[in-house]
Design a protein around this ligand. Structure first.
Ligand SMILES: [Zn+2]
Length: 202
């Protein structure tokens, strides 16, 4: 007996997700066969709307419901500081720590030569353009890429370019409270608070 096509299609889709192997893909699919149809409809609607109802902010490149995003549009935020992060989830993590009231810039990745990701593959150029064309001057750039090898290399690259672009700009790197190799999005609020407070010239 062959696996019904509808089941095989879903298994194939699950298998394409990061961290999901063939066994888990099968298990999830067969689990869903027991879920009421109304729940499945909700699930599939969420999937359908995932990209339709979200938009990339054209200023900071985070993902939100409108463009510009709520943070870029908020006049109460300090517009002289930009915090540079790898992923939109990092914005949420830092926002949760309530330690920061400036703006963000989301790179959507990191420089990773082993996987053929150079500076041009992520939103670095947009950061430089943003700094040079910003309506009010930027005084500080906080580099909050992850404390991994690639995250450090990315921070180093940006810092060098920024200093070549302007000597007056203060460039800082978030503190060492974060364990090396860790991802920002998994850090707890207190650790992130400390990391933000402990940022230093870079
Ligand atoms: Zn934005």
């Amino acid at each position: 007996m062959k696996i019904p096509k509808a089941i095989q299609n879903l298994i194939d889709s699950f298998e394409k997700l990061p961290g999901i192997g063939p066994k888990t893909a099968q298990r999830l699919t067969f689990y869903l066969l027991h879920v009421p149809q109304t729940e499945l409809d909700k699930f599939s609607l969420s999937l359908q709307n995932l990209k339709k109802d979200t938009v990339l902010c054209s200023i900071c490149f985070t993902i939100g419901e409108r463009n510009p995003c709520d943070i870029c549009d908020d006049s109460n935020r300090d517009r002289s500081i930009i915090c540079v992060v790898e992923q939109p989830l990092d914005v949420l993590a830092i926002e949760k720590s309530r330690q920061y009231n400036g703006l963000y810039h989301v790179l959507h990745g990191k420089i990773d030569p082993l996987n053929n990701i150079g500076p041009d593959e992520i939103y670095i150029k947009q950061l430089f353009n943003r700094i040079s064309s910003h309506e009010s001057p930027i005084t500080e750039i906080i580099l909050a890429t992850n404390p991994t090898m690639e995250g450090e290399a990315t921070a180093m690259f940006i810092s060098k370019q920024l200093k070549a672009q302007s000597s007056k700009l203060k460039v800082t790197r978030i503190g060492r409270g974060l364990p090396t190799g860790a991802d920002l999005e998994y850090a707890d609020e207190l650790t992130l608070q400390k990391a933000m407070e402990g940022r230093r010239e870079f």
